[in-house]
Design a protein around this ligand. Structure first.
Ligand SMILES: C[S@@+](CC[C@H](N)C(=O)[O-])C[C@H]1O[C@@H](n2cnc3c(N)ncnc32)[C@H](O)[C@@H]1O
Length: 222
């Protein structure tokens, strides 16, 4: 078998897994949602105002929590399989939103034109989180807000070392998710002002993804 054929087989395998992952995503999260994640989503996403952009919307589990009076809701999602599930959820619901094929590292919006950016369980997966956070800062208007809910590296050295040990296999199973990423520190360092942040636990999920942070970071008015 030539190297081109091997590459093609690997690409086909990863596309097939991406489709399976999108299909099983909601059932896999079901218990964790009921055990508290849904309430955290509601608290975070319910703060959205004005022109709102969501990063990596996945299957659209946040949709039901957006306030009804947003100026505009734009859902970005680079994964074709996830985008398919998202479009399906939108077709079957009453919420109106625009879906865009875009990655967080390259948002298709001009500078300072967005009031709210929402990121839930996404900064663990993006390839370049610092670049994604720079993009968030670029597109937000002064006074605009990043609303986040992310699973993060544990403060417990013991759990963090398990996160490091299991990071490789977890990333392969969970479509690129880094269970050991210190996303809280990245948000603190990205130039937005951390207005509010709480730590929580993602109950009923494997311990390596249980530590959560949720909060609001604001772009300074200059
Ligand atoms: C764990 S899922 C979270 C989905 C959804 N935000 C939620 O809260 O259920 C991670 C999502 O990030 C998306 N993603 C992966 N790489 C990305 C990138 N570079 N930019 C934006 N989203 C990305 C994936 O396609 C996937 O939908």
């Amino acid at each position: 078998m030539g190297s081109g054929t091997v590459r093609q087989a690997v690409a086909q395998g990863s596309n097939a897994w991406a489709r399976v992952f999108a299909l099983v995503y909601d059932p896999l999260l079901w218990v964790g949602e009921r055990a508290g994640l849904a309430a955290l989503r509601q608290d975070v996403v319910g703060r959205a105002r004005g022109r709102t952009v969501e990063l990596g919307s996945g299957t659209g589990l946040n949709l039901r929590y957006y306030p009804g009076d947003l100026d505009e809701l734009i859902l970005t999602e680079p994964g074709a399989a996830m985008r398919g599930r998202l479009a399906r959820r939108l077709r079957h619901g009453r919420r109106r939103a625009r879906v865009l094929d875009a990655s967080a590292e390259r948002l298709p919006f001009t500078d300072a034109t967005v009031d709210t950016v929402v990121s839930t369980l996404v900064l663990c997966t993006v390839d370049a989180p610092e670049q994604a956070l720079r993009e968030v800062g670029r597109v937000l208007r002064p006074g605009g807000r990043l609303l986040f809910l992310e699973h993060v590296r544990s403060r417990s050295p013991r759990l963090a070392s398990w996160q490091d040990r299991l990071a490789g296999p977890w990333r392969r199973c969970a479509e690129g998710c880094h269970c050991n990423r210190a996303t809280g520190e990245l948000i603190r360092a990205c130039g937005l002002e951390l207005e509010h942040a709480v730590e929580a636990s993602w109950h009923a999920m494997p311990p390596i993804v249980r530590p959560l942070i949720a909060g609001v970071a604001t772009k300074r008015e200059s």
